[in-house]
Ligand binder design. Sequence first.
Ligand SMILES: Nc1nc2c(ncn2[C@@H]2O[C@H](COP(=O)(O)OP(=O)(O)OP(=O)(O)O)[C@@H](O)[C@H]2O)c(=O)[nH]1
Ligand SMILES: [Mg+2]
Length: 306
Amino acid sequence: MVVVSHGSILVSKVWSLQLSQCDSTLYDGSIPTISLVLPCRNEALNLPHVMNAIPASVTEVLLVDGDSSDGSVAIAQHLRPGVIVLNQQTPGKGAAMVEGMFAATGEIVVLCDTDDSMNPVEVERFVAALLAGADVVHGSRTIEDGGSDDLTRTRSLGNQALTSLTNVLFGASLTDLCYGYVAMWRDVVDLLRLDHIVQVPHHPTSDDEGGLHRPRGYGHGFEIEALLLCRSAKLGLTISEVSSHESARRHGNSNLKVFGDGFRVLDAIFREWRGHEFSKSAVGCRDDLRQRMATRLATDPFPQLD
Ligand SMILES: Nc1nc2c(ncn2[C@@H]2O[C@H](COP(=O)(O)OP(=O)(O)OP(=O)(O)O)[C@@H](O)[C@H]2O)c(=O)[nH]1
Ligand SMILES: [Mg+2]
């Protein structure tokens, strides 16, 4: 494991770390409960591949459905009878992810797309990095062993620029800001104060072109990853990166609009930097997180983080 300290943020890059390879001083063999949050909008043909690749260590699967009209929900329920289906109340992928994060009951929450571009098998790599000491783990397609069959040149250049800007403004060492494979301890979800994203349920009206799925407010769309990572950096949380391979989406159409969503990410970076939505009073919460983790570990042992 290579650990890079940069400013107040410690970014450790865990290259293809597997559960079995965890540092024995950090990992005592017991596995925490893991919730997998799957945002889904018309992915019926992709869901079989995704559902069948979920590792046995995942204890809870939450499918957050964005008004799918292709039978995605029924297919998910058929493939995994215990799946928890949430019909999202606020439009957009970001809002779907937050609704799933709030409903998750596992000690670890992992966010993963359902278009079969992200392989759920990699969940264990993310969990291993959390068990090795990270607060938040982000997949990276650009570090060694990572890759993408899906990134176009335009998307790649935009992603590089937005990642560099984030690193400069937040003193971070991220390598792939615009990638939505993320894992964190459930405690971190509370610290990120995401309530504003799902506070006002969206009720489509007759003149509401685009319907439920059109992201409106801040944090509702594809800027969610930037928001999560910038906030984590601001809190001084330990962000680890693990290599991840992104395949091209297997079936169906992309929901991403390169320029529109790129602008939303840029806007999110500056919003988080200025801190209007997320007060700097939250900085320093990391000690509180550690304290709560220590209290819980006393009764429910899984690996010590410090
Ligand atoms: N619940 C919900 N899920 C969504 C919504 N928009 C997108 N998703 C899901 O979020 C994931 C990512 O969306 P994609 O359309 O694949 O976006 P992308 O990965 O940036 O674009 P591609 O690389 O072209 O696939 C997929 O699993 C979608 O089904 C939404 O409004 N609501
Ligand atoms: Mg995709």
